[in-house]
Design a protein around this ligand. Structure first.
Ligand code: DAK
Length: 258
């Protein structure tokens, strides 16, 4: 697939995805969502990629939300259908990737943009970032998982406040409430994400994929996360990665997970 609204680059086992609609502060229109879905599906099959970093092309924006001009004409049926399709084909897809996804929040992360960051496993923000859910100012509610993932990350009370006021918060405030993992200067943002990515890359990809599944099980209704952990833990044994990891420890060397 040809990508018009995203730039994909792979270097040292890290796939960098840059959302590139600078004229619209990288607002997510349908074609960008389709492109992201396609690229994420292909990355999950690419064994040479061990971590994804998603960022925005504009200095001032990660993603300033869903494309308001586009969704302003949707009817009830389209709204529901597109919400379901966005959940299935992009936001849940990222959350359930076999490899970790880091959101490098380089500016505005609003509405659908913040939902994209929240579907990622790790969030790093630059000091200029502004985060929020302005949906209710437009007469809608978050439709790509925001009402579910925000309380999981920051608790119910703060989620109610953020979603009902629609106000933006600073990177520092986002750090204080646990919405982002770390804050750094904009010029250090990719280096900070790469530092985390490189630590991840040194570890067992098999174990990482199982850890992602097990952590996600904690938030799935009708799923016993402890049971999931027991199953996945057991399945780590007899894998090549387990053999290599334990052997490397005994041989006093770093494991080599290719
Ligand atoms: N959509 C479309 N265009 C946008 C945009 C957006 N979300 N955000 C910015 N732009 C465009 C602006 O219209 C402007 O274009 P021109 O007027 O120059 O043609 C250009 O980007 C530059 O923006 P500004 O001139 O406004 O830049 P400022 O620095 O003055 O302000 C700002 C930056 C981020 C504060 C402001 O642009 C702003 O308030 N933007 C809108 C933020 C927002 O409300 N985002 C939407 C949140 S609601 C759905 C599922 C989910 C959703 C919707 C539907 N379905 C399944 C159907 C989710 C909804 C949301 O995300």
């Amino acid at each position: 697939m040809e990508y018009t609204n995203i730039i994909k680059r792979i270097n040292n086992k890290i796939c960098y995805l840059t959302i590139n609609r600078p004229k619209f502060l990288n607002a997510l229109n349908n074609s960008t969502i389709t492109e992201l879905s396609s690229v994420i599906k292909s990355i999950n099959k690419d064994i040479s990629v061990r971590c994804v970093i998603i960022t925005g092309s504009e200095k001032k924006a990660f993603v300033a939300g869903a494309d308001i001009k586009e969704f302003s004409s949707f009817n009830k049926k389209q709204g529901k259908l597109l919400s379901k399709s966005g959940h299935d084909n992009l936001f849940n897809l990222i959350e359930n990737l076999d490899i970790p996804c880091i959101a490098a929040i380089n500016g505005f992360a609003l509405g659908g943009g913040l939902e994209l960051a929240m579907a990622s496993h790790i969030r790093i923000a630059s000091t200029n970032a502004k985060l929020g859910f302005p949906e209710v100012t437009l007469g809608v509610i978050p439709g790509y998982g925001g009402t579910q993932r925000l309380p999981q990350l920051v608790g119910k009370g703060i989620a109610f406040e953020m979603i009902t006021t629609g106000k933006m918060i600073s990177a520092e405030e986002a750090l204080n409430i646990g919405l982002v993992n770390k804050v750094c200067n904009q010029e250090d943002l990719l280096d900070t994400c790469e530092e985390i990515a490189n630590r991840i890359i040194g570890n067992s990809p098999v174990a990482i994929s199982k850890a992602i599944k097990s952590i996600n099980a904690c938030y799935k209704s009708g799923v016993d996360g402890f049971k999931t952990e027991i199953e996945l833990f057991g399945s780590c044994f007899e894998t090549e990665d387990f053999e290599e990891g334990t052997k490397a420890f005994m041989e006093k060397r770093k494991p080599n997970y290719n």
